[in-house]
Design a protein around this ligand. Structure first.
Ligand code: RVK
Ligand code: MG
Ligand code: MG
Length: 320
């Protein structure tokens, strides 16, 4: 199990990176535009900072991994400062997150910033897209995982739906880490566990998760999925979209991420979150090597992220 568990840690972190880089070139496109102009997105395409480059999703995921490794736990203040240190606007951040980081830079306490963004905090998917390190590091304790996911979200996304979606995405990664990919996955039982995990107050999130039950039975067209649930930046829309992409195509990491990106809209983020869950399920050895080859590999690139996953795993196993 231990070698497999390490591969799952790497799958979740590099799965985020791969899905982000694959979806980035078609961010904001409709599913129809993607299928008409490109068919399936099955290869890294050149856009923005170049082929195989990451956006804010992976950049902030790296910040969480670094902070967990340095502190051995989730420390809100340390993480907030790390987000700020790593901030690079050329990666493309959400407006609320830029505002939150600017307030932290001005000296506003890290745990007071989140509530000042939008009305009662942001419910954008920015705290869910970066959660993979929390999902694998706390995979064996849902109670602690929820607490740490909320804490990591609070910094930039203090709205209850932002926090709950981040906890749900972390829990989906945790459950995928625990699952054995050589056994048939009961997708309805998996989804049922996720629905049971969500706090009942997060009604919008639960409503979208229930839609997935019928999608998994009826396998509707992508247009139907998008018109009935959406594919946008709201956390309670895009986290369920990523969960659906994983469950609908759970036999293959590649098919899951390609399907997630084909939903259009917030494709880098749906790709990143699908990649995190599917990577935690299958492990890094099932991530297509042509995708890994194409990833940027500079100062905080592919090898660095792989090393962060190994370090997180080593710290985790010493406490098991
Ligand atoms: C550029 C009303 C709200 C809201 C609230 C809406 C990167 C706003 C990544 C806001 C991801 C948007 C994405 C995003 C991550 C949130 N009331 N509207 N309470 N809370 N919104 O700004 O980090 O791509 O329209 O906090 O979550 O790849 O602009 O940013 O796709 O959600 O950005 O929320 O964005 P933000 P974020
Ligand atoms: Mg992004
Ligand atoms: Mg995005």
């Amino acid at each position: 199990m231990s070698e497999k568990l390490k591969q799952k840690f790497q799958g979740a972190l590099l799965g985020t990176f791969v899905g982000d880089a694959l979806g980035m070139p078609v961010e904001g496109w409709s599913p129809g535009a993607i299928s008409e102009r490109l068919g399936d997105v099955r290869d890294m395409l050149d856009a923005r900072l170049g082929k195989g480059t990451y956006t804010d999703d992976t950049q902030m995921m790296i910040g969480i991994a670094e902070s967990l490794i340095e502190c051995g736990d989730l420390n809100g203040e340390h993480l907030a400062l790390r987000f700020l240190d790593n901030f690079d606007p050329s990666r493309g951040y959400g407006g609320g997150t830029v505002q939150a980081l600017s307030l932290i830079e001005q000296g506003v306490p890290w745990d007071a910033v989140g509530k000042q963004i939008f009305q009662g905090g942001s419910f954008g998917n920015g705290s869910s897209m970066r959660i993979a390190p929390v999902g694998v590091f706390y995979y064996d304790d849902p109670y602690v995982l929820r607490e740490k996911a909320y804490l990591s979200s609070q910094i930039t996304h203090a709205h209850p739906l932002g926090k709950e979606s981040a906890a749900l995405q972390a829990f989906a990664i945790a459950r995928a880490t625990l699952a054995n990919p050589t056994e048939e996955l009961d997708v309805h039982a998996f989804l049922g566990d996720l629905i049971a995990f969500v706090e009942p107050e997060a009604e919008e999130l639960i409503r979208n998760l229930y839609k997935l039950e019928s999608f998994l039975i009826d396998t509707p067209t992508i247009d139907h999925v998008v018109s009935s649930m959406g594919n946008d930046v709201r956390s309670y829309v895009s986290v369920p979209a990523a969960i659906y992409a994983f469950l609908n195509k759970h036999h293959s990491f590649e098919e899951a991420v390609v399907f997630g990106v084909s939903l259009g809209g917030d494709t880098d983020t749906i790709g990143a979150m699908t990649g995190a869950i599917a990577g935690a399920y299958h492990g890094i050895d099932r991530v297509p090597s042509r995708w890994l080859t194409d990833l940027e590999n500079g100062a905080k690139g592919k090898d660095y992220v792989s090393d962060l996953a190994s370090q997180l795993y080593e710290i985790k196993v010493t406490t098991l």
